[in-house]
Design a protein around this ligand. Structure first.
Ligand code: SF4
Length: 394
């Protein structure tokens, strides 16, 4: 966890095995994978192909779609084929529902990963006279789950494809709800029961998720999951998400806290930010979370002071100009600081600095070294010139 954070700011991550999803690997020390889901009807093959492509081009590495019927499962086959022919073999995940293993088996032929919700597979009718679910009841339910899922698990094992066990706070089985209440424990037990079934069938291409719409519940469930998996020496990677996060600024804040908070503790191998917006808009949020934690550097890191009475130029305007000029060079870190009083000391090891020196003059830094002072109106041009001289400009 965070207490072990070293001075470079790198986060020690929970050790997991790598699970392959098409040509992408989740876990095993690989970069945290960004996922999303299209919202077209899966029967609209051309619409789905276009949406998947748009998402993938925006940086979404694994795309999910929903498969509620056999017709949808067949459509996924055509979608995959069209993608291969017209674009590329984008890793796909199918959400299957509890209405028939045949649908799951059909779609497993076409996608790289199948997502199931274990809460939906063993139906238990609420019984007002019941006082407990006994050990025998649990064993019988696990047996039933195994019988139901076995064909799918064996098919995925045979094809070396993956499965996500996706528990949702809102859809725990009656038995779990009765025994554990509507709690993180119930969510984790539900996942563990399904994981054990997979292990009995020697299937380990598993990714586990514990989604909830309340951030503290989601965080508690994932922490408990990671703890229990580690206790039982099960190194399956974890998929993080806050469901029903909503939209706009608050949806982004909720996702960033839930997903980012867990990533900061070393938990999580793939993420999805769920927004009630065009899914393409989820992707920059994912990359922003990963960038802020230093887990992936897909953008230029800008360090800028908030400005104050000492600020010697219009920092907002300058930051925009600097960003417009340099944003195509991911991996670099550039600081824009209002004054030399605190600026240079607080540039957080940026590669380059643009710092207000005296009214109308700014200083350019390379790392901690002041390189030259130039008139403010030539600042951005001089910064670019310096980068060109250094050979970092591309
Ligand atoms: Fe103010 Fe200077 Fe700090 Fe910016 S760097 S907030 S201008 S003191």
């Amino acid at each position: 966890g965070l207490v072990n954070l070293d001075l470079t700011g790198s986060i020690p991550r929970r050790k997991t095995r790598a699970v392959r999803v098409g040509d992408v690997y989740i876990g095993g020390g690989n970069p945290v994978v960004v996922q999303s889901m299209i919202n077209e009807d899966t029967l609209d093959i051309e619409g789905c192909v276009a949406s998947i492509r748009r998402l993938h081009e925006a940086g979404c590495e694994v795309v999910r779609l929903t498969v509620p019927s056999m017709a949808h499962a067949h459509a996924v086959g055509f979608i995959k084929q069209r993608l291969r022919e017209t674009y590329r073999d984008v890793p796909l995940v199918a959400d299957v529902h509890h209405n028939g293993m045949n649908i799951a088996l059909e779609v497993a032929k076409h996608v790289d990963k199948v997502r199931i919700n274990p809460g939906l597979y063993v139906f238990e009718k609420p019984d007002p006279n019941r006082t407990e679910y006994s050990r025998a009841d649990f064993e019988a339910a696990a047996q039933k789950l195994k019988e139901t899922l076995k064909p799918l698990i064996l098919s995925l094992r045979e094809q070396d494809k993956a499965m996500r066990i996706g528990v949702n706070h809102g859809s725990l089985s009656e038995r779990m709800l009765f025994t554990y209440g509507d709690t993180p424990e119930g969510m984790v037990e539900s996942a563990l029961e399904c994981i054990r079934v997979c292990r009995e069938l020697d299937f380990h291409n598993l990714v586990i998720s514990m989604k909830a719409s309340k951030v503290p519940v989601m965080m508690a469930a994932y922490r408990l999951l990671a703890k229990r998996l580690d206790q039982e020496s099960m190194d399956y990677p974890i998929h993080l998400g806050v469901t029903e996060a909503g939209d706009g600024e608050y949806g982004r804040i909720k996702s960033s806290i839930g997903i980012g908070g867990l990533l900061a503790e070393g938990i999580g191998d793939t993420i999805r930010v769920s927004l009630t917006e065009d899914p393409v808009k989820e992707i920059p949020v994912c990359y922003g979370i990963l960038q802020a934690l230093g887990l992936r550097r897909t953008m230029v890191e800008y360090v800028a002071c908030p400005s104050c009475g000492r600020t010697l130029f219009n920092i907002e305007e300058v930051l925009h100009k600097v960003r417009d000029a340099t944003k195509h060079m991911p991996g670099l870190s550039i600081a824009v600081m209002g004054c030399i009083v605190n600026g240079p000391g607080e540039m957080a090891d940026a590669d380059y600095g643009y710092v207000g020196k005296t009214p109308g003059k700014i200083s350019l830094y390379r790392g901690r070294e002041e390189i030259r002072t130039v008139p403010e109106n030539q600042g951005v041009a001089e910064l670019i010139k310096l980068m060109k001289e250094d050979g970092v400009w591309v």
